[in-house]
Design a protein around this ligand. Structure first.
Ligand SMILES: C[S@@+](CC[C@H](N)C(=O)[O-])C[C@H]1O[C@@H](n2cnc3c(N)ncnc32)[C@H](O)[C@@H]1O
Length: 284
């Protein structure tokens, strides 16, 4: 297959903003949830699970009020604003989708309040970050870097903008198996313009090759399975009451994809993990 380009990815995320806002989360959150620890399969509250992911990633990254954080692939800016509000830190976001950055900026203008002067959004790519070297104490990312066609280049860029001793922490989609079936290609990969990714071990090797010290790597597969279980059921329910034919069709197609996505996870063709790494050197 011909790999997707950054243009393909940008177009997809520009064009689907309305669909995702209308169905997935009206505030623009678009990432995997961490469901209740005791019984992930019995928990069906996606919003709470998505917020738990943000809390977990912030904790693993070690965010506090002294940090200057960059969220790469920030989408609609939710995690950036969450960090600024919850921890009182400076937080910036960059995303390849101009439409999503505009949405983030609008939300900031409407809700910014006390943290407006500590938050900023920019349109740009992980492969060419629009910031000087050694700027951030932390770089974070939620379910975005898997989409980058040239991953070594984005790793080099993240390392460059981190201060020595700075922390990189992300949740990301994984490609545990080398070979991907046609069904998984169609419903998991092509659906979001994803050419391919790393296994959890491969991710750590890639970061080490780029010059990071890997701190931890955690497999969170059961949570991505439950995310698509919950979203698939929601999409099917909402399709029943959708007034517009186009919205109904989109939701039904998404619900069908969710069932193939769960099968792909069970076959080891799709996974999710949380990785923490450091830029070697002093205290950020
Ligand atoms: C699944 S969404 C996640 C958005 C956000 N992090 C969240 O959790 O809601 C993936 C995001 O990655 C962005 N993205 C993809 N490739 C990128 C790149 N090369 N540089 C920056 N952002 C990118 C997309 O535009 C999209 O907004």
């Amino acid at each position: 297959m011909t790999p997707y380009t950054e243009r393909d990815v940008a177009d997809f995320f520009d064009q689907t903003l309305g669909h995702y806002l209308g169905f997935w989360d009206s505030s623009g959150v678009l990432h995997t949830g961490v469901f209740a620890a005791g019984d992930p399969a019995g928990d069906t509250d996606y919003q709470a699970a998505a917020e738990r992911t943000s809390a977990l990633l912030a904790r693993h990254a070690g965010i506090d009020g002294t940090c200057h954080v960059l969220d790469v692939g920030c989408g609609c800016g939710n995690f950036v604003m969450y960090l600024a509000e919850r921890y009182g830190c400076r937080a910036e976001g960059v995303d390849l989708s101009e439409e999503r950055v505009k949405f983030a900026q609008r939300r900031l203008d409407e809700n910014g309040g006390v943290y407006q002067d500590r938050v900023a959004f920019r349109h740009g790519s992980a492969t060419q970050l629009p910031y000087p070297s050694d700027t951030f104490s932390h770089v974070v990312s939620q379910d975005a870097l898997f989409l980058v066609p040239d991953k070594p280049r984005s790793h080099t860029e993240i390392l460059r903008v981190l201060r020595p001793g700075g922390v990189f922490a992300c949740t990301d989609f994984l490609q545990p198996a080398e070979r991907i079936s046609q069904l998984a290609r169609e419903h998991v990969y092509d659906r979001v313009r994803w050419s391919g990714g790393y296994s959890l071990a491969g991710y750590q090797d890639a970061l080490a090759s780029a010059g990071f010290e890997v701190v931890s790597a955690e497999d969170l597969e059961r949570h991505i399975r439950q995310t698509y279980q919950v979203l698939g059921s929601t999409a099917r329910e909402r399709a029943g009451s959708a007034a517009e034919a186009a919205a109904r069709e989109w939701m039904l197609a998404f619900a069908e994809s969710c069932s193939h996505i769960r099968d792909a996870i069970d076959r080891g063709e799709f996974g999710w993990g949380l990785i923490v790494a450091r830029k070697p050197g002093g205290t950020p």
